[in-house]
Design a protein around this ligand. Structure first.
Ligand code: DAK
Length: 259
């Protein structure tokens, strides 16, 4: 798979795909083509049976410094409407396999929204998170007010969105925005380690479990519990459930096949 603004390795490690955002001179600003590339790559990887977990990363200096301001500078509301970027973002969000963001450096605006669309975030000590849209006369438009508030609570979300201030990786960890902070030299390795733990589980159970956790952000408790219950029963239709439980009883490691 070759793209203009991303690099894709479907088997970066066994069952683990890596997508690298690749506009380094522009700090990986998310232009329209990059987002199209990303949408397409995620769709392909989501439908590749050999892939069980996907990592999205940038480079040491920047995960992504936001949507490309130069592409929006002269746009009016109707231009933005006609671009229909939400179709792209919605598709990305529909990825069924777990997606981990491995973040170093700037993770701002649409970059932070992209990281929050992923299922987990592993960050380097140098990562900076922010929603600085307010400083250029707009506000977050791809989930930044909603996902950030759900992740870190009202007080910090309000402060970040209304002032545009950046927070450090340590503060992001304390606030519950990210999963872990590690030295910059190993942030990708740590993301791979996490991906490997996921990739050795049953892909079916992983898919149903991801869906169920996401449902918690989208529904009331009772509806979410019914959804979870349905997915729980569904696990028992898989060979992986038999394999997992047999392996436990036989005191051996399970070999999940995604069936
Ligand atoms: N867009 C375009 N170019 C950018 C950019 C961006 N977001 N961020 C950086 N660059 C470019 C700079 O223009 C510069 O290019 P040249 O001048 O060399 O050509 C190059 O990257 C290096 O940047 P700096 O020289 O500024 O580097 P510094 O280290 O001095 O500063 C910085 C780094 C990250 C603090 C600074 O670049 C900065 O403040 N960048 C802008 C951050 C920002 O405001 N981000 C939010 C953008 S708005 C939507 C979905 C999402 C969105 C909107 C709609 N829909 C679904 C409809 C999202 C909106 C946003 O993210």
């Amino acid at each position: 798979m070759t793209y203009e603004f991303i690099l894709v390795e479907p088997q970066f490690e066994k069952h683990i795909a890596l997508i690298r955002l690749n506009r380094p001179k522009e700090l990986n600003a998310l232009n329209l083509q990059l987002m199209q590339d990303l949408k397409h790559a995620l769709y392909q990887l989501d439908n590749d049976d050999e892939v069980r977990c996907i990592i999205i990363t940038g480079n040491e200096k920047s995960f992504a410094a936001g949507a490309d301001i130069k592409q929006m500078e002269n746009a009016n509301a109707i231009d933005m409407l006609n671009r229909d970027q939400f179709e792209t973002w919605d598709q990305i969000r529909k990825t069924r396999k777990p997606v981990i963001a491995a973040v170093s450096g700037f993770c701002l605006g649409g970059g932070n929204e992209l990281a929050m669309t992923c299922d987990m975030i592993v960050a380097s000590e140098t990562a900076k998170f922010g929603q600085p849209e307010i400083k250029i006369g707009i506000m977050p438009g791809a989930g930044g007010t909603q996902r950030l508030a759900k992740a870190v609570g009202k007080a910090l979300a309000m402060e970040m969105v209304l002032t545009g201030k950046f927070i450090s990786a340590d503060d992001a960890l304390k606030a519950g925005l990210i999963n872990k902070v590690v030295p910059v030299e190993v942030y990708l390795d740590e993301a791979v380690k996490l991906a490997k733990e996921i990739a050795q589980q049953s892909p079916i159970a992983i898919r149903l479990a991801k869906e169920s956790v996401l449902k918690a952000f989208d529904s009331g408790l009772q509806e979410g519990l019914y959804f979870e219950r349905k997915n729980f029963y569904m696990c028992f239709a898989s060979e992986d459930q038999k394999e997992g439980m047999n392996a436990f009883v036989e005191k051996r490691k399970p070999e999940f096949k995604g069936k």
